[in-house]
Design a protein around this ligand. Structure first.
Ligand SMILES: Cc1cc2nc3c(=O)[nH]c(=O)nc-3n(C[C@H](O)[C@H](O)[C@H](O)COP(=O)(O)OP(=O)(O)OC[C@H]3O[C@@H](n4cnc5c(N)ncnc54)[C@H](O)[C@@H]3O)c2cc1C
Length: 573
């Protein structure tokens, strides 16, 4: 009787050509050995113990117990065995700590992201609490509130499991996740100078964390994001009880089902200001920059996992007398997905490089602006790619990809969260316009020009070493898309001047820019991915005599880089 051999995983570092080639290019040889041993270890765990437990843990979910047997409200959450092990592994292997120990200087972020990338796909989004923990540590350090730094940061970045804390990020309310400035949670000042928070938080992942950063409006403050303040909350008091927090329920979600995402009521929760009594939305930005980086790293990690499984399966599944890995159309399908992944990988890790530079102070003004622009670009582009790749991976397994106990459908469900949380695609596209000085009603032509020129000059710098004619042709595709994006923005601006109708034209022009923001942002994302892939491909040819990244770059160049449509009819009813 026929028996199908299932897909299997090897050492997830050893088998990953893209990651191995990248770290070889980036990390100096004398540091690489130490880094590589940690990646080998994590790669082994991800392909063996963690992966096996992940499959065995498939049906387990966190459980919220709201009452004890004697009628006391307890709101306790029990995590699944996989998540309990994941925490231990993450702490032991420094999946957060590596970025703060900075043993590799400005490359420590890259090292940490490589660990997170290997760790994430076998731990059912344990990356979520880690991302927020990392983001909270960075936020507290940025705001130099020494009391809070001394109190919390050592717990967040420790390698000792018994001392480790995770952090939550409680922003979204019923009234708004994107429009967080309209938050309704109120902060009432106590006589001792601390605050108590009253309100409802509508999405709070990893609610079992020991601390959280949250937004609330001190009484008397004005409406809008400026009137909110950033608060530090410890979830439990000295007796172990909750800090006047009621967990109303856990969300019943499409994916990320191991993540305990809760709806909370803050009923007089004790809290401390992190920095000032206003500008909470601005002050929580360091956290968002880190969680957006994690989002991108998770996106490429999940793509890579899908491809690892489906590539192995293609060597085992025989159809029409031949393996799938020998069927030209199947091979072509997978090559397209690999190119998407490899391009996305280089953008996500480039943002990690820039983040690392900014954390060690080795960043100039242009690089800082580049980081500001590329963080939303990278998050929104890779999030979309993760969903498309996961969907195609499932199809590439045929019916098996749709069957729950293969473990495969979770890849698609978990990927689908990536374009939603930490800023949706549209919200980040608008954030990009703001970063370019083009959002809202203020228009700063100089900033726009500078931002676009910076992206173009960055691309040109990366192409300086390119000699391979195929890569040079691909580089022209990237440059042409970037030029088109610059031209589109300028011509949409231009309408203001051409029409000369001071009362209405600027508004019309802004409407058109906003309407095209997603196509614009995705074009920049894909063009920068192509750029970085080309640069790596030339290096890989030169130093590894490997042409596989070149093939990926050529394929990616012909997969729709420029998504901008000129003169698209648009009417805002
Ligand atoms: C699994 C999960 C876990 C989460 N965990 C957390 C958490 O731990 N902490 C937390 O604070 N939040 C969390 N969130 C919430 C998440 O960040 C928000 O759901 C997200 O930011 C979107 O906000 P919203 O749900 O209010 O949607 P809305 O803001 O209502 O958005 C609806 C749609 O409108 C679009 N849109 C919004 N504004 C504009 C605009 N100006 N122009 C064009 N389009 C626009 C959006 O892109 C979206 O498609 C989580 C969400 C999920 C799904």
């Amino acid at each position: 009787m026929f028996q199908q051999e299932p897909p299997s995983l090897g050492n997830q570092y050893e088998d990953d050509r893209v990651l191995r080639s990248y770290v070889k290019r980036l990390i100096p040889e004398n540091s690489l050995a130490a880094v590589e041993s940690s990646l080998f270890e994590m790669g082994k765990l991800a392909g063996t113990d963690l992966y096996q437990l992940q499959l065995a843990d498939r049906l387990n979910e966190p459980v919220l117990t709201q009452w004890d047997a004697w009628g006391n409200r307890i709101d306790k959450i029990e995590l699944t065995p996989l998540w309990r092990l994941a925490e231990r592994v993450a702490v032991d292997h420094g999946v957060v700590a590596t970025a703060y120990e900075q043993k590799l200087g400005k490359l420590s972020r890259v090292h940490q992201c490589a660990l997170a990338y290997l760790f994430t796909p076998s731990t059912d989004i344990y990356s979520c609490p880690l991302a927020m923990t990392d983001g909270a540590a960075r936020t507290l350090l940025t705001h130099t509130n020494q009391t809070l730094i001394d109190r919390a940061v050592p717990h967040l970045v420790t390698r000792k499991p018994e001392e480790f804390w995770t952090a939550g990020q409680w922003m979204t309310e019923l009234i708004g996740g994107s429009d967080v400035g309209s938050s309704e949670t109120v902060a009432r000042k106590e006589e001792d100078g601390t605050y108590r928070l009253y309100g409802r938080k509508w999405f709070t992942s990893a609610v079992n964390s020991q601390m959280a950063l949250t937004l609330a409006r001190p009484e008397g403050n004005p409406p809008g994001g400026r009137g909110l303040a950033l608060f530090y909350v410890e979830t439990h008091d000295a007796t172990g009880g909750l800090n006047n927090i009621v967990i109303n329920r856990l969300k019943d979600k499409l994916g990320t089902r191991k993540v305990p995402t809760a709806e909370l009521t803050l009923a007089g929760t004790q809290a401390q200001l992190v920095k000032g009594i206003t500008d909470g939305v601005r002050n929580i930005t360091p956290l968002l920059n880190i969680t957006r980086l994690w989002n991108g790293i998770s996106a490429v990690a999940l793509m890579r996992r899908g491809l690892a499984l489906v590539s192995d399966y293609a060597t085992k599944r025989v159809v029409f007398g031949k393996r799938l890995s020998e069927q030209p159309l199947h091979v072509d399908t997978l090559e397209g997905l690999r190119a998407e992944f490899e391009a996305a990988f280089h953008l996500a890790f480039y943002v990690a490089e820039l983040t690392g530079r900014s954390e060690t102070g080795e960043i100039d003004d242009d690089q800082a602006l580049l980081l500001r622009l590329l963080t939303p670009i990278m998050k929104l582009t890779t999030g979309k790619q993760a969903v498309i790749v996961a969907s195609e991976v499932l199809e590439s397994f045929g019916g098996a990809g749709y069957v729950e106990d293969t473990g495969l459908p979770a890849l698609l469900r978990d990927s689908q969260v990536l374009p939603i949380w930490e800023g949706t695609t549209n919200v980040l596209a608008l954030d990009l316009l703001r970063a370019l000085g083009q959002g809202g009603t203020r228009r700063r032509y100089e900033d726009v020009r500078h931002g676009m020129t910076l992206l173009l000059s960055t691309a040109n710098q990366h192409f300086e070493s390119v000699r391979d004619p195929h890569l040079a042709a691909a580089a022209r595709v990237a440059l042409s898309a970037l030029e088109h994006a610059r031209g589109w923005l300028a011509s949409t601006d231009g309408q203001t001047q051409e029409h000369g109708d001071k009362a209405t034209s600027p508004v019309r022009s802004l409407v058109r820019i906003e309407a095209g923001a997603r196509r614009f942002a995705l074009t920049l994302g894909r063009a920068m991915e192509l750029t970085l892939l080309i640069r790596h491909a030339q290096w890989s040819q030169d130093h590894e005599q490997d042409g596989r990244s070149t093939l990926a770059a050529r394929r990616f160049a012909s997969s729709g880089i420029d998504l901008i449509v000129d003169d698209l009819p648009f009417r805002l009813e």
